[in-house]
Design a protein around this ligand. Sequence first.
Ligand code: ZN
Ligand code: ZN
Length: 360
Amino acid sequence: MTTRWSRAQSEAARQGLDALLITPGADLRYLTGYDAKPLERLTCLVVPSEGDPFLVVPALERAAAEASGVEIALETFGETEDPFQLVASLLPSATSVGLDNHMWAERVFAWHDVLPETAFTTAGTVIRELRLRKDAAELEALREAGETIDRVHARVHEWLRPGRTEREVGADIARAIVEEGHETVDFVIVGSGPNSASPHHELSDRVIEEGDPVVVDLGGTTHAGYCSDSTRTYLAGGTPDPQYAEAYTVLLAAQTAQRAHARPGVTAESVDAVGRQILADAGYGDLFIHRTGHGIGMETHEEPYIVEGNELVLEEGMAFSIEPGFYVSGVHGARIEDIAVCTADGLAVLNDRPRELVVL
Ligand code: ZN
Ligand code: ZN
């Protein structure tokens, strides 16, 4: 069986790297299954371009690493040993090494100290080639994540109503994200009234008023480590402002067109352009102030980014959000967000809640 680390190994060799050093984070979990804690003591996967990989762990973390089911040889070190020297002694001839993109700066400097002749670069160019195209198990995990967050959106009416604060509603939603099956709550955005115009507003003590548009953007992580991310815009009773309703209709048309367009063979930037053009033609171009989307997998935001300038051609197995929005600062805003994945000949959308403005 070709393991993920062996594919990383081949890709590293192809890119001229002698080894990859991967510290705790999504890359480590992706390659080994070990969801290691980011501690001050070093945990580091060493993937040489030739030979077997090994995982350096503090002696006191050995049991935790073994319990995770990791099938890679462990090299442990004691409290007074220097793990950086240990790794350096095992990579005596490495001239070019890739470090995971999110490695702490203090570790980057430590590698420079123990391997002064070695050139370092980021390992992201190697790992992206793997993580960019999801395999069947990953797609199943993303599907489960999508269904879980859909069940939460289906219950938003239980909590979202005039007279409650965003924070109260958000606390109920956060509980439901776990109740419905996610292991962790990654974010809960409840942007009501003028707060709906701030794309990454989280929660405040603002009391929701009747007729407020409310942007609810939710995400969590499953036990398998895969993320959900879905936005729906609700109306807290009453009737929408006519101008708002008109803009929302255009937004829905834009998001629908983007879902119809995205498939293998089209560029990431073309998915953005299709929706942006529809909003621009209706006079709302300036109000769509962010890219259309981001890849998703073991991280909520990863490649591919659905943004102007990204000429990447979409392929089967690529998963990403489609989330156009419009934002009138200090007044109101809206966003519709689904996670979608390219299939062999089209697009599977992993979120299925109604996309119209949901009047509660
Ligand atoms: Zn989102
Ligand atoms: Zn998103």
